[in-house]
Design a protein around this ligand. Structure first.
Ligand code: MV4
Length: 459
């Protein structure tokens, strides 16, 4: 048995993903440090990590986003590496930089690469350079109304103005005609400036009701890159994914191979390392267009784990320790069966408002092909300060039908009392004829939200 890749890992996160990282560390024989806010004192990551350090009050800005507190915790405990999870500091290039400067290995891409992927129109240009299809759009940042009008004229309406520093749907404006463009451009710039401290925007052709399909990347620190298939993430509400699956019913093997090979070359060209996700939109004709890179492990990573049998978090740690991809993967990547994930959120089923509070009763489903990633337990109190994800229910089947049937069984046996959850919504989705037929797009969820106005930006 070779020695552990790191002497100790600090997990700069909370909830189910902190616990997920602890599991990977335990499997690798690596001691862990949990950091927690005052609101998370009675959390499972605190209980199951080897050490736990309180880093501040409930508000994220003063705990999970507080770089000096986290670095201090790592230094006090002699941690050798930091896993950032998703959200919080996971895509903060400056945090990655401070880690390296403090002699702590950041488990993620290099800071310079995170800086590049964080600037959307630069990532776009880089992908185009590498031969990955992108949408018609501006050549970099749009500065003036004249530039905007000329670009939009050339590509044709509708177009979308996006914040260069955006992501997750923030700072986007759809423009249907030239008359609206000057106003929307200024609005987008103001919104971007306020939200991200940078008012750079760029323009793309707007695709109505696309599918959202993303590819999982693993890359080592020796120039080797593998693409681990795709995830279909079209079922979203307000840019929050609700249900993800792999493979996508819309992707033919030939298209999967072609895009994967292009992505492999592109990721190699930018020197991408560790885990990452490349997001695409698919139009009605089945064409894929790159939109953005997520330089982190994602919430929905278990879907890929279930069809490949590869532990992505363990892979991240081994890659960060300098292992080669072939040693990490131990052979060719094989895809088997179909996986579906339902995000169980603590939210009001009608208003989707967060529903924090005490879980008075909890039954987690199990059995063959069922996995639950959660940090919840009976009597756990969901704090109001963070996102509303309480559990991820992931199932695997030999094919999509078996996976969907298994998901319905598991949802029926998933009991959460004391708070409202998205379980009833998931039951309705799984029973839907279009869902069963694999007929999905980003407008799919609208039909399940009769009290909601359609989101203005989906057209
Ligand atoms: C788009 C688009 C249509 N055309 N870009 C939303 C989040 C961000 N990652 C990109 N987004 C979109 N970009 C062009 N050129 C539609 C969306 C979009 C969307 C994308 C994926 C999943 C759900 C969505 C919901 C609304 C809008």
């Amino acid at each position: 048995m070779p020695s552990a890749p790191f002497k100790k890992i600090l997990i700069a996160n909370r909830g189910e993903i902190a616990l997920r990282v602890i599991c990977a560390c335990k499997d690798l024989g690596i001691p862990t440090v949990a950091v927690y806010s005052e609101a998370d004192r009675y959390s499972l990551p605190v209980r199951f990590a080897d050490e736990a350090i309180c880093i501040g009050p409930a508000k994220s800005a003063r705990s999970y986003l507080d770089i000096p507190s986290i670095i201090s915790a790592a230094e006090i405990t002699n941690a050798e590496a930091i896993h950032p999870g998703y959200g919080f500091l996971s895509e903060n290039a400056r945090f990655a930089e401070v880690c390296e400067a403090s002699d702590l290995k950041f488990i993620g891409p290099r800071p310079a690469v995170m800086q590049l992927t964080g600037v959307k129109e630069r990532a776009r240009a880089m992908m185009q350079e590498a031969g990955v299809p992108i949408l018609p759009g501006s050549d970099g940042v749009i500065k003036t109304e004249e530039e905007a009008l000329a670009t939009a004229d050339a590509i044709g309406y509708p177009i979308i103005v996006k914040a260069s520093a955006g992501g997750g749907g923030r700072g986007m404006r759809i423009v249907n005609a030239a008359a609206e463009l000057p106003g929307q451009l200024v609005q987008a710039q103001l919104e971007a400036g306020a939200a991200f401290g940078c008012d750079d925007v760029y323009i793309e052709k707007f695709i109505r009701g696309p599918r959202h399909i993303e590819f999982q990347v693993l890359a080592d620190e020796h120039g080797n890159v593998e693409i681990l298939g795709e995830r279909e993430c079209s079922i979203q509400r307000r840019h929050q994914k609700l249900l993800e699956e792999s493979p996508s019913t819309a992707l033919r093997p030939e298209a999967r191979c072609r895009i994967s090979e292009k992505l492999r070359e592109a990721m190699q060209a930018i020197g991408y390392t560790n885990a990452g996700t490349i997001e695409f939109l698919m139009d009605e004709s089945g064409n894929l267009y790159f939109i953005e890179v997520n330089a982190r492990i994602q919430v929905e990573h278990p879907v890929t784990e279930m069809v490949t049998g590869i532990d992505l978090v363990k892979s991240q740690i081994l890659i960060a320790a300098g292992e080669t991809l072939s040693a990490v993967l131990g052979g060719p990547v094989r895809f088997q069966g179909h996986a579906i994930e339902c995000r169980i959120n603590a939210e009001n089923p009608e208003t989707f408002a967060p529903s924090p509070g005490r879980i008075t009763a909890l039954n987690l489903p199990g059995g063959i092909g069922v996995r639950v990633d959660t940090a919840a337990y009976t009597d756990y109190v969901i704090p109001p300060y963070y996102d509303s994800l309480v559990a991820k229910l992931i199932v695997r089947g030999h094919d999509r039908t078996e996976a969907a049937d298994r998901m319905r069984r598991a949802l029926d046996m998933f009991i959460v009392e004391g708070i409202h959850t998205s379980i009833p919504l998931h039951k309705r989705i799984l029973a839907d004829a279009d869902f069963r037929a694999g007929k999905l797009d980003t407008n799919f969820i609208q039909r399940f939200l009769p009290r909601e106005k359609p989101a203005h930006h989906t057209g």
